[in-house]
Design a protein around this ligand. Structure first.
Ligand code: PLP
Length: 379
């Protein structure tokens, strides 16, 4: 079979498959970004944002740029100048956070866990108790290793210390439960191409009132104050990526129709089914299973098999696209994304193809068990 991107089973860890309704709105004729229709679109997006964030509190910005633009906007304008910033990391995107924070932060302490293990909560608490930490930066869902950090358990300590809580939610928002209000998140960054199932290229930032009051001018293009003030007038400070705003609006409409709670529940049961299928295939998860992510499952390659025997065959023989490892785990793991509008048929095809690959290699202990693991969990 020749790989055809139009019909492929597309389960990388973002960008994710895009609904045809979202694709169609991007092919409308050019809109004047200072005209009535575009202002209407931004107004609709604004009305839909509380359903995405799960709160009506705080203020939002929508930036033309990928998720990293949202992170840079937050760190460049909110890191304290007279107190320490604490970075907690356990994967590739934690490393990225550390790099951005060190570019803008004055005094930075980094606490690290090995990739695949949970961030060090006890050590973080000890740092926070020293009383001189002004901001905590953490990745909620570490996409690179398929691990969801329990940042809700960190939140009370961040608050007791009075620090700003700055969260990379890029592969968490609309995929795993989080609570801006209960956890007192001061800045949350989402990317359009993950749980929202819009194209890549927009970053959404939610700020608490406290964060808004603390904003300093950071970079010019990503000036959060300019972005939130303009958004309140259904406008943007600079020329926005108009087709992406149209797509975001439609993707948010789809999320509204499904309901955030229903999307989270579907993502969770698909993740559980994937994990059960992985076990039935005789494979193992890369991260500590207690913290396995619901939006992306990271799986160790079968022993003696690498990308050429797994991902390449999945793609070329079965038209299934999954993702490889990054950084230090490149070539050792593969990752199945199951967020956004990914659905049960996508999983069935992917697991069936893995069954076949392992079966042909004579490595299946119980043929058919992985498929049953999916089918038994289907609604
Ligand atoms: N943070 C996390 C957790 C991510 O998953 C990603 C992208 O996969 C990023 C940051 C970087 O986002 P982008 O590539 O959209 O700039």
């Amino acid at each position: 079979m020749t790989f055809d991107p139009e019909t492929a089973t597309f389960l990388i860890a973002g960008p994710v498959r895009i609904h045809p309704r979202v694709l169609r709105v991007m092919s409308t004729p050019s809109l004047n970004h200072r005209g009535d229709r575009f202002h209407e679109v931004v107004g609709e997006i604004r009305e839909r944002l509380p359903a995405l964030w799960g709160t009506r509190s705080g203020r939002s910005a929508i930036l033309t740029g990928s998720g990293t633009a949202g992170l840079e906007a937050v760190y460049s304008s909110l890191l304290p100048s007279d107190t320490r910033t604490l970075v907690l990391k356990n994967g590739n995107f934690g490393d990225r956070t550390d790099l951005i924070v060190r570019r803008y932060g004055k005094s930075v302490t980094t606490l690290e866990a090995p990739w695949g293990r949970h961030i060090p909560l006890d050590a973080a608490r000890a740092e926070l108790e020293k009383g001189d930490v002004g901001a905590v930066c953490v990745v909620h869902n570490e996409t690179s290793v398929g691990l969801a950090n329990r940042i809700g358990e960190l939140a009370p300590h961040v608050h007791r210390a009075g620090a700003l809580f700055l969260v990379d939610g890029i592969s968490a928002v609309a995929g795993i439960p989080l609570s801006i209000d209960d956890w007192g998140i001061d800045a949350l960054v989402a990317g359009s191409q993950k749980g929202l199932a819009a194209p890549a290229g927009l970053a959404m930032v939610h700020l608490s009132d406290r964060a808004v009051a603390a904003l300093r001018p950071g970079t010019f293009y990503l000036d959060l104050k300019a972005h939130i003030d303009n958004l309140e007038k259904n406008d943007t400070p600079w020329t926005p990526a108009v087709p992406l705003f149209l797509a975001l609006n439609e993707a948010l409409a789809l999320l509204e129709e499904e309901g955030l709670a229903a999307r989270l529940a579907r993502t969770h049961s698909m993740a559980e089914a994937t994990r059960a299928a992985v076990a039935a295939l005789g494979l193992s998860l890369f991260p500590d299973p207690a913290f396995a992510s619901d939006t992306v499952t990271a799986i160790r390659n079968p022993e003696g098999m690498g990308d050429a025997e797994v991902r390449k065959v999945l793609q070329e023989r079965y038209g299934v696209l999954v993702q490889g490892g990054q950084g230090s785990v490149k070539g050792q793991i593969f990752r199945i994304g199951h967020m956004g509008i990914a659905d049960w048929p996508d999983l069935l095809v992917t697991v069936a193809a893995l069954e076949r690959i392992l079966g042909k290699a004579g490595r299946l202990k119980e043929p058919g068990a992985s498929l049953r693991a999916i089918v038994d969990r289907m609604p």
